[in-house]
Design a protein around this ligand. Structure first.
Ligand SMILES: NC(=O)c1ccc[n+]([C@@H]2O[C@H](COP(=O)([O-])OP(=O)(O)OC[C@H]3O[C@@H](n4cnc5c(N)ncnc54)[C@H](OP(=O)(O)O)[C@@H]3O)[C@@H](O)[C@H]2O)c1
Length: 296
């Protein structure tokens, strides 16, 4: 049997991150899965693990560069390379949006994901078949609420500098009040979560263009029964394992148009990168279908 596939998952203390490690840990594919389940307090969630897979718990705060460096140093010292990064950790402060909370949302969701990707891509060896998966949201859509010029800036971004400029520009416009935010094309009301997810989507496309050696994709988990999911009105219909399905497929499954319809996750993986995957709607469970985000 080949050596293990080494996978790092962020924000696995609860919610969809816990669903991702639960679903990964029970897979029986051609290689053992060594799953680094990370969270700010190193929570041991006690998921059931099918041998020879392993779940290894570590602390990680994605907003803290020394925490990121320490995690990568530990995992690389043990294995030499990380095959798959799943960026799941995020916050949503929509219900209490202030400038401070908006900045926390932007720099955790976008900034933390950006820095995790940079650390992954800075590994001494990028293993063949390396993948990055980011959990975003259907709320990343550009077609609603953004002004035309801003949509164009997102769609034409080609570098991390372009993305950082968009992130800082949003916070600067927001700090000048609701009228300035709207006049600058960001839309009305609490927008930081949506902007952060649009930035990660653009990051996905930019990294896929610059790193053909890595498959970089992102997905919406659908409306899932977690602390964040319960911020919406009503009861989220999806369990955490259902919410984890598309991210798990993008991490270890077939990426072709048919996807892993029946749930058999093999690692033969068609080469699809820079795409956004989601199910028909946020209420249904499934392995997800690819969509061209720039058109949404
Ligand atoms: N639930 C939904 O319906 C839904 C819908 C669309 C998209 N999503 C996306 O799905 C992903 C998971 O969301 P969820 O619903 O599972 O949310 P959740 O229950 O609130 O869990 C969020 C996770 O992120 C972690 N986290 C937050 N800040 C962090 C940081 N600085 N460093 C490391 N970890 C951090 C949290 O860890 P702590 O325990 O340390 O706080 C927690 O494990 C997110 O990307 C979210 O945007 C969710």
């Amino acid at each position: 049997m080949e050596g293990p596939l080494v996978i790092v998952v962020t924000g696995s203390s609860r919610g969809i991150g816990k669903g991702i490690i639960t679903l990964l840990a029970k897979q029986n594919i051609t290689r053992p899965l060594y799953i680094y389940a990370t969270s700010r307090n190193g929570t041991k969630t006690g998921v059931e693990v099918l041998a020879p897979n392993k779940v290894l718990y570590r602390t990680l705060d994605i907003t803290d560069s020394s925490s990121i460096q320490s995690l990568f140093a530990q995992v690389l010292a043990s294995h030499g390379a990380i095959d798959i990064l799943i960026n799941n950790a995020a916050v949503s402060n929509d219900y209490r949006e202030t400038l401070e909370y908006a900045a926390e949302t932007i720099w955790t969701n976008y900034g933390g994901t950006r820095d995790m990707c940079a650390a992954f891509l800075a590994q001494p060896i990028i293993p063949p078949g390396a993948r990055i998966v980011s959990v975003t949201s259907g709320m990343n859509a550009l077609s609603t609420s953004y002004g035309v010029q801003l949509q164009t800036r997102f769609r034409q971004a080609t570098s991390i500098d372009d993305l950082d400029a968009l992130a800082k520009g949003y916070l600067a416009d927001m700090s000048r009040g609701p009228d300035a935010q709207r006049a600058a094309g960001w839309g009305s009301g609490a927008r930081s979560y949506k902007v952060s997810k649009a930035l990660i989507e653009t990051l996905t496309i930019v990294l896929a263009q610059h790193h053909p050696e890595v498959l970089v994709n992102n997905c919406c988990p659908g409306w899932t029964n977690t602390e964040m999911g319960k911020q919406g009105k009503g009861t989220p219909p999806k369990t955490i394992e259902e919410g984890a399905m598309t991210a798990v497929r993008l991490a270890i499954g077939d990426l072709g148009p048919g996807g892993d319809g029946a749930g058999g996750l093999g690692i033969e993986g068609e080469r699809v990168s820079g795409m956004f995957y989601e199910n028909e709607n946020i209420m249904v469970a499934g392995w997800g279908k690819a969509k061209v985000w720039r058109e949404t």
